[in-house]
Design a protein around this ligand. Structure first.
Ligand code: PEP
Length: 233
């Protein structure tokens, strides 16, 4: 594994908005975030990447708001088609997504559970994201689940912790993430599951945890800002 000095090390605060927010709620999020960001001097912690993942149809609005308001936020998609452009009704492809996003979540436990996505399908999605230059954030529920080759960012998201208000402990998350890193030769692994502004710093303190993937607490601009400020680097 390539070692990264603490100064060069990037950390990630990623908001997964899931199927939430109308277009006007998306705009309101960015407007409110921009006001709060101005009130703290338009500064974000050094080395911290801020990413939000809205639903497909709000990527364009999010992109415009981020540019207009000059926000240091990057966009991610919540999913990607396993196919190239063509006759695949309802699918959104990597070549379409890359016009807006730098990242894409693949293999979220809700996709595995409600849409029966399996490892074979996820490998195809990861390959197409890579082909289009989109960085994959690959979700796994444990250290045993296989990870497609070439994935550089993994999120350890134990199912019991997602949306339940009961996170894994920082100590256990650190242990599992260390195992994922050594088994898969991956240097960037995030934790996800019931993170909020009050517990985030405990995870950022851990040696092997490179950031967090957040659902519920990323929806509110104030909470997202507080998480940014509490993400001790
Ligand atoms: C998620 O869905 O990726 C997630 C971590 O959700 P929550 O923060 O609500 O537990």
């Amino acid at each position: 594994m390539v070692s990264i000095s603490p100064k060069e090390r990037k950390k990630y605060l990623i908001g997964n908005w899931k199927s939430n927010k109308t277009k006007s709620q998306v705009s309101a999020f960015f407007q409110e975030f921009a006001q709060k960001f101005k009130s703290i001097g338009n500064k974000k912690p050094e080395g911290l990447e801020l990413i939000v993942c809205p639903v497909f149809i709000h990527l364009e609005e999010s992109y415009k708001q981020i540019i207009d308001l000059k926000l240091p936020i990057l966009l991610g998609a919540q999913d990607i088609s396993p196919f190239e452009m063509g006759a695949f009704t309802g699918e959104v492809t990597g070549s379409q997504l890359k016009e807006y996003v730098s990242f894409c979540i693949i293999g979220h436990s809700e996709r595995r559970k409600y849409f029966a996505e399996d490892d074979a399908l996820l490998v195809k999605k990861a390959a197409l994201a890579k082909r289009e230059g989109i960085e994959v954030i690959y979700c796994v529920p444990d250290s045993l689940t296989s990870i497609p080759k070439d994935v550089k960012i993994v999120a350890y998201e134990p199912v019991f912790a997602i949306g339940t208000g009961t996170p894994d402990t920082p100590d256990n998350a650190q242990k599992v993430i260390k195992e994922i890193k050594s088994k898969n030769n991956i240097s960037l692994v995030l934790y996800g599951g019931s993170i909020n502004k009050d517990n985030i710093s405990k995870y950022f303190e851990k040696e092997d945890i490179d950031g967090v993937l957040v659902g519920t607490s990323s929806l509110d601009p104030d909470s997202f800002m507080q998480m940014m400020l509490n993400a001790a680097l």
